[in-house]
Design a protein around this ligand. Structure first.
Ligand code: NAD
Length: 499
């Protein structure tokens, strides 16, 4: 039985793992060479649930050596054999759904329902990876008389993924299934705030038959990330996290000739026009800005109210007030996050905005966790920090405008471009907005317009650095190099046995 599973079996779901999140190198757990560790805090209780190692360059070098050693054999397997591991991973994730969800809920703070949703979405990504064996056709064409061109998608080699705290299981699964089925070997750097989801995934992949060294985990923070991005031998790095780090790694990775795809932060705008359906809109807006306590790169953050939509806003406020903190809405990840979110609300109030629903001071009985209730800031102006910057909490800033075009101008002025959505019952109004949004993922009456597999995920502007998107067929293209082969065979006419 694995370390984490044993911990659950003996302590029960209500208790936290209390095992040290070490590095996973060549199929075994080992502490970091630095000897350094830090606490992993359970945000629902504000207490340590264990420790995570803080790795340095020597640990990355060791993970690289394990990944490089495992590469030839793994890459040489037919894609169908590599995909078999993913079918087994799916089966094991389904069998351990409750345990995986509890783990996420404890380390990240999200509700158990939202944690289950995360695991299920992760399973969808595993399914996509498995189906690549039937879809990863490079194509070929007879381009001239007797001349054929074809494309073979070859593994990049040793690759890496660096992931954020908000989806400890799903975001690694945006990368691993595709990269592994393509024949790469992998180094994963989880968020030091939430290392256990990835730890459990490593155990599951091993149980599913993944050979040792094909997946390695290096825990830690800045030092480990810098060692990965500067490593000469690592051919591709996918990053998901905040914009400043995404931008920095995109530039720095180019120095060693890496492929880098960096998904960054967000500031998502929802536009509500007077012909919007009140029932559809209010429930959907509330789910979008409060889900995962607003700690989603796809969460609604600014609501642009066009004309008189007061009846919808009233309903959004009422539904927000009805949410029970601790049950319907989880904790935010840290004390620093809670303080930052509250500071944005305080500043907006001081600047003259109205706090229509106030989540400051939210508490859950018997818990010293980090809680912020749903918050609606009304009467915002485009220059306010709560409108311009990513808050990453359950806060909705409302700006009132008299035309759709003014709403679109405000959305367009944001440097981010992850998602945007319009609520309307008119197809023509929806088209006008969709065609003008400066966002890579757009929604109509859907406040969290995540493209489901096989569609790829990725924003625009300061929400993404690099070419192509994560997941979908773009993911497969990112983790492979196209080898173009042009072939010409000519028959030798003097072969006596030919005719
Ligand atoms: P973060 O940028 O602080 O951390 C992400 C990763 O980078 C972590 O593994 C962390 O250890 C590492 N890191 C942090 N600081 C670093 C530094 N100075 N140098 C090198 N590495 C560093 O992000 P987070 O707080 O974990 O996650 C929240 C952010 O992620 C939000 O901005 C959110 O919008 C974004 N996000 C984006 C997407 C997307 O698809 N665009 C998805 C999820 C989260």
């Amino acid at each position: 039985m694995s370390e984490l599973k044993l911990s659950f079996a003996t302590r029960g779901y209500e208790f936290t793992p209390y095992v040290q999140a070490n590095n996973w190198i060549g199929g075994a757990w080992k502490p970091a060479s630095t000897g350094a560790t830090q606490n992993v805090i359970n945000p629902r209780h504000g207490k340590s649930m264990g420790k995570v190692v803080d790795s340095g360059a020597a640990d990355v070098a060791e993970a690289y050596a394990a990944a490089k050693a495992a590469l030839p054999e793994w890459k040489a397997l037919p894609i169908r054999e590599r995909a078999q591991v993913l079918y087994k991973v799916k089966e094991l994730m389904e069998a351990n759904l409750e345990e995986l969800s509890w783990l996420l809920s404890h380390e990240n703070g999200k509700t158990i329902g939202q944690a289950r949703g995360e695991v299920l979405k992760g399973i969808e990504c595993v399914e996509m990876g498995a189906s690549l064996q039937n879809m990863a056709d490079g194509g070929q064409l007879d381009v001239s008389r007797g001349v054929n061109c074809k494309v073979i998608h070859e593994a990049v080699g040793v690759v890496a993924g660096i992931v954020p705290f908000n989806f400890p299981t799903m975001v690694p699964l945006w990368m691993l299934p595709q990269a592994l089925v393509a024949g790469n070997t992998f180094i994963l750097k989880p968020s030091e705030k939430v290392p256990y989801g990835a730890m459990r995934l490593a155990e599951i992949f091993k149980e599913a038959g993944l050979p040792d060294g094909v997946l390695n985990i290096v825990n830690g923070g800045k030092e480990a990330v810098e060692a990965i991005i500067d490593h000469d031998g690592i051919g591709a790095v996918a990053f998901v996290g905040s914009t400043p780090i995404a931008k920095l790694l995109y530039a720095r990775g180019a120095e060693t000739g890496k492929k880098v795809l960096g998904l960054g932060g967000a500031k998502n705008h929802l536009v509500v026009v007077p012909d919007a359906s009140p029932e559809v809109t209010s429930a959907n807006v509330v789910a979008s800005y409060t889900g995962c306590a607003g700690q989603r790169c796809m969460a609604a953050s600014v609501l642009l109210a066009v004309g008189n939509v007061d009846h919808i806003l009233d309903d959004v406020a009422e539904k927000s007030r009805a949410l029970v903190v601790g049950q319907d809405i989880g904790a935010v990840v840290s004390k620093e996050s809670r303080d930052r979110i509250v500071r944005y609300i305080d500043e907006a109030e001081a600047a003259g905005a109205t706090i229509l629903v106030d989540g400051r001071g939210a508490k859950v009985e018997g818990s010293e966790g980090y809680w912020v209730g749903p918050t609606i800031i009304d009467g915002c102006t485009p220059d306010m920090a709560c409108v311009r910057e990513e808050i990453f909490g359950p806060v909705l800033s409302v700006i009132r405008v008299d035309t759709l075009d003014k709403a679109l101008d405000i959305e367009n002025a944001s440097p981010f471009g992850n998602a945007a959505c319009i609520y309307t019952t008119s197809g023509a109004v929806a088209e006008r907005a969709i065609n003008r949004f400066e966002a890579g993922m757009c929604g109509v009456n859907i406040g969290v317009p995540v493209p489901r597999e096989p569609f790829a995920f990725g924003g625009w502007n300061d929400s993404k650095f690099g070419h192509g998107d994560m997941t979908g067929m773009d993911g497969f293209r990112f983790w492979t190099r196209p080898r173009k082969v042009t072939v010409k065979w000519e028959l030798q006419s003097d072969e006596t046995w030919m005719s």
